[in-house]
Design a protein around this ligand. Sequence first.
Ligand code: BJ8
Length: 437
Amino acid sequence: MSKDYTQMYKSLDMDIEKHNELLAILGEIYPEFYLKQENRPKAMEYFDYVISEVHGKRIEEILEKKKEGKPLVGTFCIFIPEEIVIGAKGVCYGLCGGAEFSIPDAERDLPRNICPLIKSGYGFKVQRTCPYTQASDFIYGETSCEAKKKTWEILDDLHPTHVMHIPQMKRTKEKVLWKSEMYDFKKHIESVTGKELTFEELKIGIEIVNNKRKAMLRLDELRGMYPDIVPISGKDGLLVNQISFYDDPERFTQKVNELCDELEERIKNNISVISKDTPRIMVLGTPMALPNWKLHHIVETTGGAIINEEACIGNRYYKDNIETKGAENIDDLMENMLERYMKIDCACFTPNEGRIDKIIKMYKDRKADGIIYYSLSFCHTYNVESKKVIDRLQAQNIPVLKIESDYSMEDMGQIKTRVEAFIESMSFKNNVKFKGF
Ligand code: BJ8
């Protein structure tokens, strides 16, 4: 980090010593996982910088907003109607929830056998080591899964938490409920700012987020739609997806578009980070929150390339945008927002066949060679849904490997062996010589 932020951390009532331990761990992993990669696009330097200041300069920036009375909202889910927060000139960000570091402290209050994302996020609040959590006016929770919705009750004792009820079917009656929840969320933001959100403000909020999603979709397509060229590693692609939940949205959009310009040049000039015969793999499933880079690192040091993520930190987040054309008042915008949010195909919905149709289409469009279905341990929705997804994939002869894992490094060897065999089988099928990076 560029300077000493101890005073800022103290003002956020953080545990300075513990936080230093966390930074020391991250400072070791990042160079190993990221900076050792070869042939990275030049534009990735910006994203390396963001990571180096993710607990520094970016926190300073959001605290400036707080001083101006703008809302700061932390979340663990893409159901959050972030356009409302951005429209109110506030900041909406993802909370730390991808590290094992905070889990032992969470397990004093929560059962061991629930998803690591929830334990990690909750643990960061217990430890007071996440500056984003500490800075937030409130944490946004939702009822997408059992473990999350019960955790919000406990978390609310430590930090103000606003829970939005997300129905788990998409019929007209659920739509009515969901809409009223979106209006409640808007009211909640207005209670922080002390003023009503206007039509113009919401429209601007929507446009900012639409532009961000458009840029991310552009990157997604550049990563995967050119069968002979992968212009950026899967690890770097994942990193950009993860940073999208922290950075200032307008600056981020500009930087992603600059990265995309460079990748277009690479494609034109046949510059690929992998050789043509490297198996191209799509990853599906649960989100990989910062700094969960485990699977990508294993795959890409074992001879495969990851070309996209069908996950909330990935394509599910930016696949749909919100229509603003023709909207004449705030209710029209809220209705259009609802339409977009209802297209999220999280495994918490039943039925969820649309997700499988989408996966198969993505696989064919990207001319991928195989799929890894990734689920965090104890995530019942994605774990159970894998049966239907894998059956449909196998019926189409699509090679698929299921991996269930948490944030510990203990199973890296075992996962590597399975990934190696999977990649080898694809290489064999494609009649190419198997090789690691
Ligand atoms: S929209 S995927 S971000 S809920 S917390 S469901 S991993 S057991 S994160 Fe999610 Fe929103 Fe859906 Fe996306 Fe499973 Fe863990 Fe629950 Fe999880």
